[in-house]
Design a protein around this ligand. Structure first.
Ligand SMILES: [Zn+2]
Length: 467
C-alpha cells in the first residue's frame, strides 16, 4: 500500500473550504487535518491550489454503436481524456438492443469497459420492455445498475411509447431505482425531418431546425407528468433550452422529485455554429441541438440556483474526416443528408474547464458550487456518495489539484480525446488540473499520463439520494 500526503492545499467540498492536509492510505482518504506530520511515500505540495473531489461525468457514450458509426473514443482513450480534465469517474450507458435482454447489454458494456483508466458505473438504456423483461429491472437495481434511461425520441432505434415508459417508471418506482429521460418529441421531429428532406433541405443547419425547443419542452413536461403519476424520481438528461429547464423548475417548485442536467455544449456554444449551412456545422450536430444564445444565461442561473443539479457531457465523439487515427468515415456520412450525421459532440475532457471558466471565473460562483454540480450532485443522485463526490475520511482518494494560476487553452492539437476537432477550440481557461489522483494513484501530472489501461474499477451503485 502506498501512502500519499497532499499538503497545504485549499480543500474544497460542496460544503466546506479550508486549508488542510489530506493523508491517503492505499486508495482511501485516511485523515484530514492541519499541519499533519505523518510519514508518507509521497508528499505533494498543494500550496495555492484547490484540492477538490475528482469530477463525475454521469453521462458518457464510449464506443457506442449508433448504427452507421461507433463513437470514436473507447473506454481507454475516453477515460484518459476525462482524467486529464479532472474527471475521475464516469457513468456510461449499457444499451439494450430491440431484440435482446438488459443483462446481455450489461455484459457487453462491462467487457468494453475493462480497459478504462478511471472508475465507471453503468446506467441501463431500455429499448424494449415486454412484461417478461420487467423482473430484469428489479435484478439490475440489486446488482448496482440503479438507473434506467428511456427515450421519447429516435423512433427507429430507441423511442418507447408513453404506455411503455409509464410501465418502466412504475416498476422503477417500486424497486427503488431512478429514471432518466431523453426528452424530445420524436414523432414531431420525424415530421420535420421528412418535410425538409422532401424539400431538398439536407445541410447540417436543418438538424436544429428539425428539433425546435418546443419538442424538448413538451416531452420534458410529459415525462415529468408521467413520473409524478408513476411515483418515481426522474432526471432529465441534457437540458438544452430554458423552456425545458423551466418545466423542471416548475415541477420542483410543487415538490416533485424532478432533476436535470445540462451539458457544456449548451452552456458555452450557440446556434450560430450551424447558421451558414456549411458542413462545418456537423461538428455541432447533437440532440437536442445547440440553441440560441439567449438560452445560455438561464441555464447558468438554473445551475446556480439548483433548478438544474448537474453538468454532464453526453460525450459521444465522431470525427469530421475519415482516416484520423485510422478511424472510418463518421460525420462525413451525412455530407448529403443531415439525418445521416452521427449525433454527438466530444466533451468529457473539457467539462470541468467549461464549468470552472463560466461559473467560477466569469460568474463568481463559489468553488463549492463548482464541486457540487460537477461531482457531489451526480454522486448523490446516482448512488456513489460518499464513496465518490467528496473529500472525506473513508472516501476514495479521487482528488484533483486545481491550479488557478495554470492557464489552459483548449485545442484538438493537444487534447487526449480521440477525435479530430474540439468544439471549444481556442477557448482559454484561467485554471486547470495540475495533478489528478484516482483511488490514491497519480494518473496525471501536468499533462503527462501516468495511469494504466484497465486500472479503473466497475462501480456497483446504490439507489439515489435526494440532493
Ligand atoms: Zn446520451
Amino acid at each position: 500500500m502506498t501512502t500519499t500526503l497532499v499538503k497545504g492545499g485549499r480543500v474544497i467540498t460542496a460544503t466546506d473550504d479550508s486549508i488542510a492536509d489530506v493523508f491517503i492510505d492505499g486508495d482511501k482518504i485516511k485523515l484530514i487535518g492541519t499541519n499533519l506530520s505523518l510519514q508518507a511515500d509521497r508528499v505533494i505540495d498543494a500550496t495555492n491550489q484547490y484540492v477538490i473531489p475528482g469530477g463525475i461525468d454521469c453521462h458518457t457514450h464510449m464506443e457506442l454503436d449508433v448504427g452507421a458509426a461507433v463513437s470514436s473514443d473507447d473506454f481507454e482513450t475516453g477515460t484518459m481524456a476525462a482524467a486529464h480534465g479532472g474527471t475521475t469517474t464516469i457513468i456510461d450507458f449499457a444499451t439494450q438492443s430491440r431484440t435482446g435482454t438488459m443483462h446481455a447489454a450489461l455484459d457487453t458494456w462491462l467487457a468494453k469497459a475493462e480497459k478504462a483508466v478511471i472508475d465507471y458505473g453503468m446506467h441501463m438504456i431500455v429499448a424494449n420492455l415486454p412484461d417478461s423483461l420487467l423482473p430484469e429491472m428489479d435484478a439490475l437495481v440489486r446488482e448496482g445498475v440503479t438507473s434506467f434511461k428511456l427515450f421519447t425520441a429516435y423512433p427507429d432505434r430507441l423511442m418507447l411509447d408513453d404506455g411503455t415508459i409509464f410501465k418502466a417508471m412504475r416498476r422503477t418506482g417500486e424497486n427503488g431505482g431512478f429514471v432518466m429521460m431523453h426528452a424530445e418529441n420524436g414523432s414531431v421531429i420525424d415530421y420535420f425531418i421528412r418535410k425538409f428532406l422532401a424539400e431538398g433541405k439536407t445541410t447540417p443547419n436543418y438538424h436544429p431546425l428539425s428539433r425546435p425547443h418546443a419538442t424538448e419542452a413538451e416531452a420534458t413536461h410529459r415525462c415529468i407528468a408521467l413520473a409524478e403519476l408513476a411515483g418515481v424520481p426522474v432526471y432529465i438528461v441534457h437540458v438544452s433550452s430554458r423552456y425545458a429547464m423551466e418545466e423542471i423548475r416548475m415541477a420542483r417548485a410543487r415538490g416533485v422529485p424532478a432533476f436535470g442536467e445540462t451539458c457544456p455544449q449548451y452552456l458555452a456554444l450557440a446556434y450560430e455554429m450551424y447558421a451558414d449551412g456549411s458542413f462545418d456545422g456537423a461538428k455541432f450536430v447533437c440532440s437536442p441541438p445547440i440553441r440560441e444564445r439567449a438560452n445560455q444565461e438561464p441555464l447558468w442561473n438554473a445551475l446556480a440556483q439548483d433548478d438544474l443539479q448537474a453538468v454532464a457531457t453526453d460525450h459521444c465523439p465522431f470525427c469530421m474526416r475519415e482516416g484520423y487515427k485510422g478511424l472510418p468515415k463518421q460525420k462525413e456520412l451525412g455530407k448529403e443528408n443531415f439525418t445521416k450525421i452521427p449525433n454527438g459532440v466530444p466533451g468529457v475532457e473539457n467539462r470541468m474547464h467549461i464549468v470552472y471558466q463560466g461559473g467560477v471565473v466569469q460568474r463568481g460562483w463559489s468553488m463549492n458550487r463548482f464541486v457540487q454540480v460537477t461531482s457531489t450532485a451526480p454522486a448523490k443522485l446516482f448512488g456513489l456518495f460518499p464513496r465518490k463526490g467528496t473529500i472525506a475520511v473513508g472516501s476514495d482518494a479521487d482528488i484533483v489539484l486545481w491550479n488557478p494560476q495554470r492557464k489552459y487553452t483548449i485545442s484538438a492539437a493537444t487534447h487526449f480525446m480521440r477525435v479530430d476537432y474540439n468544439p471549444y477550440e481556442g477557448t482559454i481557461i484561467d485554471g486547470s488540473p495540475s495533478l489528478v489522483l484516482a483511488r490514491g494513484r497519480v494518473i496525471f501530472e501536468e499533462d503527462k499520463f501516468l495511469g494504466k489501461r484497465g486500472q479503473g474499477e466497475y462501480l456497483k451503485r446504490g439507489t439515489y439520494g435526494m440532493v
